[in-house]
Design a protein around this ligand. Structure first.
Ligand code: M6R
Length: 365
């Protein structure tokens, strides 16, 4: 049932405040201001020397984002791996270490093979899955569920943000176990997480601005997404989402890489969508935006009110986001990223729920 929406994808984008809230409530003790995992970790987190994360597509991108959190809050080195590469590479892994698999369906062939590969090397395996009865859930030492509910649209939306919610909670829990964050920091970050569902609901109000933008994007051949820090994986996610449902070629880049190649593409036609929450690296992102503007590029900004005000003269369009605490801003900024892809596909008359050549669950290698 699509409710009042034209597509499951739209419905699932709109469900995010609720399902992310539900998922967070499963992992946080909100009244105590602490993380409270609903399971015991299968390893002694204090003794871990590294963490491996594996997935495909959007689930892999969630893992890329989690790396920033595990490093920052748990001081834990992280390898994030595309499952189809990991499984054939024979990676050296310590017996007794931890591998986290991420998958909406819990059935993706390459991720399942990566799980079995990690297990065969003596790793403990934790899977973040949305389908609790899936093969990956059954074969894991510990299951960390995302409570997104069934995701029907082929393009992953609410499963992605729920994966991020679980990863954020895990990073804080492991950080506490390793003595990397104190109680006060944990309480502040938990309160930042608790604010997310309400901020996601506010972010959804950008929809009419996104619809206007989508009419322009629908006419182009290529789109570049840029971001730094956790906005870098979000740039990859924006590009993946756009190409999979609108068939427009898109690439996501770390903003600092602009000058190492993609700046050659900048012209008056190609939209350059910059994901720019106010965070520790915003000034660096701003200088990348200026580089694009100085070359006559078509700058599209996703940022807060202050930033869009500063770039009013230079940006071709701005999508304004509420002010958010920097560490988990990506969960809020995911909303316009998803809406841009969705509305562009709709304007172009594409079926956003059933893109050509793609299956919801990829059970072949
Ligand atoms: O079910 P999974 O999360 O394991 O699926 C992984 C990818 O196939 C999936 O995320 C795919 O990239 C999506 N269609 C992206 O929107």
């Amino acid at each position: 049932d699509k409710g009042n929406h034209r597509h499951f994808m739209a419905k699932e984008i709109y469900e995010q405040p609720e399902v992310v809230g539900r998922t967070l409530a499963h992992y946080l003790d909100m009244s105590a201001g602490r993380v409270a995992l609903p399971f015991d970790l299968p390893v002694d987190a204090a003794r871990l020397s590294r963490l491996t994360i594996c997935g495909c597509g959007t689930a892999y991108i969630a893992g890329l984002m989690a790396k920033y959190w595990f490093e920052r809050f748990a001081l834990l080195p992280v390898d994030v791996e595309i499952a189809s590469e990991f499984r054939y590479r024979d990676p050296p892994l310590d017996a007794g270490g931890l591998t986290i698999l991420v998958s909406q369906s819990g059935e993706t062939a390459d991720t399942l093979a990566a799980l079995r590969c990690a297990k065969a090397k003596g790793q403990k395996v934790l899977s973040i899955v949305n389908v609790a009865s899936s093969t990956m859930a059954r074969e894991s030492d510990v299951v960390a569920p995302t409570l997104a509910g069934p995701e029907i649209g082929v393009a992953s939306t609410k499963a992605f943000t729920c994966q991020l919610a679980v990863f954020a909670a895990l990073a804080l829990a492991i950080g506490r176990a390793r003595g990397a964050i104190d109680g006060e920091t944990e309480a502040r970050l938990v309160s930042d997480l608790m604010a997310i569902p309400g901020l996601m609901a506010q972010a959804l109000k950008c929809e009419s601005a996104v619809e206007a933008l989508a009419r322009d994007i629908a006419k182009v051949r290529d789109v570049l997404y840029l971001g730094r820090g956790t906005s870098y994986p979000l740039a990859l996610e924006g590009a993946l989402k756009l190409k999979e449902i609108s068939y427009i070629h898109a690439e996501g880049y770390a903003a600092g890489e602009l000058k190492h190649g993609p700046i050659a593409l900048v012209d008056g036609d190609m939209p350059v969508i910059v994901i720019a929450p106010t965070d520790a690296v915003i000034e660096k992102t701003v200088s990348n935006m200026q580089e694009v503007a100085a070359r006559g590029g078509r700058l599209i900004l996703i940022g807060d009110e202050a930033l869009s005000h500063d770039f009013a003269g230079e940006a071709a369009a701005s999508i304004v986001m509420p002010n958010v605490a920097p560490d988990f801003a990506a969960l809020i900024y995911a909303v316009p990223i998803q809406l841009i892809a969705y509305h562009t596909a709709v304007v172009m008359g594409k079926d956003a729920d059933q893109p050509r050549n793609l299956a919801k669950s990829v059970t072949v290698e």
